[in-house]
Design a protein around this ligand. Structure first.
Ligand SMILES: C[S@@+](CC[C@H](N)C(=O)[O-])C[C@H]1O[C@@H](n2cnc3c(N)ncnc32)[C@H](O)[C@@H]1O
Length: 210
């Protein structure tokens, strides 16, 4: 089967699971997780005029943290329509797009910051995802890959359902391999017990301008 078909099949499964998970995402988020989510968003060094893409936005958990920086242009992308329906209700001023980030139209960008919070392990192909995301970045744009419960937690989830989460969160060495042929550099990397946070920055001078 061609790899694009396998990716589509993977996404159908993702959608089926997340279409039925809205209620669990509605539950209150513990204060320590909220604090680490704030740290994640702060690491992007957002400015008011930034255009931001939140990949796998779900019900929009990251959005209020992004808005706190005065950002107006936020696009939430997700495979699941029920997740997006809830996000639309909560954040009427935000634009949402349904689909795989791999297929997002350049017309929605370019983006100053692209967030992947608690979703990078779910990608069908992490290398392709970074390649496409990098192509949607502005000069000095950043990709923030994070998990507010840490890589070990994400790994446990992956072990329970590898069909759903085919990848672990990349360690420093693996991340270096993933971005080897891209115009990205690691700007920050934290792999702590309860926090995974990697900021990748578009290298200046040798890519398209915004
Ligand atoms: C674990 S939830 C995380 C939601 C949110 N980022 C958060 O921190 O609460 C993952 C979400 O990513 C979406 N998703 C999975 N793969 C995706 C992809 N390739 N492109 C866009 N969204 C995706 C799922 O539908 C789901 O809503």
């Amino acid at each position: 089967m061609p790899s694009s078909d396998r990716r589509r099949q993977h996404n159908v499964y993702q959608r089926e699971v997340f279409d039925n998970s809205v209620e669990s995402f509605r539950q209150p988020i513990p204060a320590d997780v909220q604090r680490r989510t704030e740290q994640i968003v702060a690491a992007a060094k957002l400015r008011e005029n930034d255009r931001v893409l939140d990949v796998g936005t779900g019900i929009g958990v990251l959005i209020p943290h992004i808005q706190r920086f005065g950002v107006q242009e936020i696009i939430g992308c997700d495979l699941s329509e029920p997740m997006l329906a809830e996000a639309r209700k909560r954040f009427p001023g935000v634009k949402f797009w349904r689909g795989d980030v791999i297929d997002i139209s350049p017309a929605l960008g370019p983006f100053d910051v692209i967030f992947f919070n608690a979703v990078f392990g779910n990608m069908w192909n992490q290398g392709d995802t970074l390649k496409i995301s990098a192509a949607h970045l502005t000069r000095n744009g950043r990709i923030v890959i994070s998990h507010p419960m840490g890589a070990a937690f994400a790994q446990e989830l992956a072990a329970k359902d590898p069909k759903m989460i085919p990848h672990t969160l990349p360690g420093e060495k693996r991340m270096a391999e993933l971005i080897r042929d891209l115009q990205l550099k690691v700007q920050a990397f934290r792999d702590e017990k309860h926090l995974y946070l990697c900021v990748l920055e578009q290298r200046t001078g040798d890519i398209q301008s915004s």
